[in-house]
Design a protein around this ligand. Structure first.
Ligand code: GDP
Length: 144
């Protein structure tokens, strides 16, 4: 059975353009419960660790520099089928290929500065939520 939570980031470009409010409004309008939320500055260590799976990619250095260039919003979203439903709401990695009405179509600048992150599996959602939030920082509708 699909899990009920996913981890998301509002990336520096979207934060600096004052898109936190509009993006959270879209998330709520699509039936997600915000179970945890904070505005933080990622340091290099955490950004490199978070994107470690991409460390061989040509864009890795640029991605880490971007992700540490200003504050980000990190949070946990809850809903039945959370991972897949939030990835659908985010849209394609490259905003030029994202569907109308998706967060990336509306708020992304380009394939790197693409407004938001969302977990790609229940397993990674668990790892990413635990990377940024302790249990006492969450207000869950699904878990004890
Ligand atoms: P996501 O799951 O849709 O975020 O995509 P990926 O896990 O494949 O990539 C992680 C992040 O790396 C993306 O959200 C982008 O910010 C960045 N990225 C992915 N592909 C490219 C690329 O081809 N060029 C650059 N510059 N950045 C990329």
């Amino acid at each position: 059975m699909a899990g009920t939570k996913t981890f998301f980031i509002i990336k520096p470009g979207a934060v600096s353009h004052e898109y936190i409010g509009p993006i959270l409004a879209k998330i709520n309008a699509n039936g997600f419960h915000i179970a945890a939320l904070k505005l933080i500055q990622l340091d290099r260590y955490h950004a490199e660790h978070f994107y470690a799976v991409h460390h061989e990619k040509p864009f890795f250095e640029s991605l880490v520099t971007f992700m540490t260039s200003g504050p980000v919003v990190v949070g946990i979203l809850e809903k039945e089928n959370a991972v897949a439903d939030y990835r659908k709401l985010m849209g394609a990695t490259d905003p030029a290929k994202a569907e109308e009405g998706t967060i990336r179509k509306l708020f992304a600048e380009n394939i790197e500065r693409n407004a938001v992150h969302g977990s790609d599996s229940d397993e990674n959602a668990e790892i990413e939520c635990n990377f940024f939030f302790s249990k006492s920082e969450r207000y869950s509708k699904f878990e004890d």
